[in-house]
Design a protein around this ligand. Structure first.
Ligand code: AMP
Length: 218
């Protein structure tokens, strides 16, 4: 359990932010807040926000800033965020990062998970997710035990709509255009560290933990 470790995981879609966030969340006893997972849940439950977000998400575009900022504001106000959290997939634009500053949230460290575009495309084509509990697998790198069902809850795994190849290309474009400038934003604040994505998930985890520990020791 670490005191007030407030992390942001940056990185292209499919870079492995969610996978790393799961391990780090467990190790440091802090919740992972994934705006993507919250949006998918809202779409599944056909809430007003979900219905508004669906078209953007289906074509690989970002949901409007004000929608996501409201989701995050509500979520960060909850009790379990008091001792820290991991933001996975937020902020994704400079206005979102500025909104976080305005909320008075003091981020400890921003980790940017660096993976080449060609690798991302290869990874996303093999991604399988659980529609029930959101666990994420990969046909080659992280298969579920039987390759068909979720190890955690037994539900049949699916391919995310936005993991379709043409949508992946568009999501990468959006990442470079709108999200990557956040590296400069947080670099200027002196709280950015790059983590080079490795072939093995565990090797990337080791680098991620090393970066967090280094920052805690500073
Ligand atoms: P993710 O699972 O993080 O890749 O998010 C899936 C989709 O949800 C994205 O392609 C966006 O349409 C939407 N989304 C998630 N987080 C954000 C965000 N911070 N800002 C805008 N849209 C988002």
């Amino acid at each position: 359990m670490s005191k007030n470790l407030k992390l942001i995981f940056l990185g292209a879609p499919g870079a492995g932010k969610g996978t790393q966030a799961d391990v780090i969340s467990e190790k440091y006893g802090i919740p992972t807040i994934s705006t993507g997972a919250m949006i998918r849940e809202a779409i599944k439950n056909q809430t007003e926000m979900g219905l508004a977000a669906k078209a953007y998400s289906d074509r690989g575009d970002l949901v409007p800033d004000e929608v996501v900022i409201n989701i995050i504001k509500e979520r960060l106000a909850q009790d379990d965020c008091k001792n820290g959290f991991i933001l996975d997939g937020f902020p994704r634009t400079v206005p979102q990062a500025e909104a976080l500053d305005k909320m008075g949230v003091e981020i400890s460290l921003v980790l940017s998970l660096e993976v080449e575009d060609s690798k991302i495309v290869e990874r996303m084509s093999g991604r399988r997710v659980c529609p029930k509990c959101s666990a994420s697998y990969h046909t080659a790198y992280l298969p579920s035990a039987d390759g068909v069902h979720c190890d955690k809850c037994g539900e049949e795994l699916i391919i995310r709509r936005d993991d379709a190849p043409e949508v992946v290309v568009s999501r990468l474009f959006v990442y470079h255009e709108q999200t990557e400038p956040l590296k400069e934003f947080y670099g200027k604040k002196g709280i950015l560290k790059l983590v080079m994505g490795q072939e093995e998930v565990a090797d990337t985890t080791a680098l991620t933990i090393a970066a967090i520990e280094e920052s805690l020791a500073e």
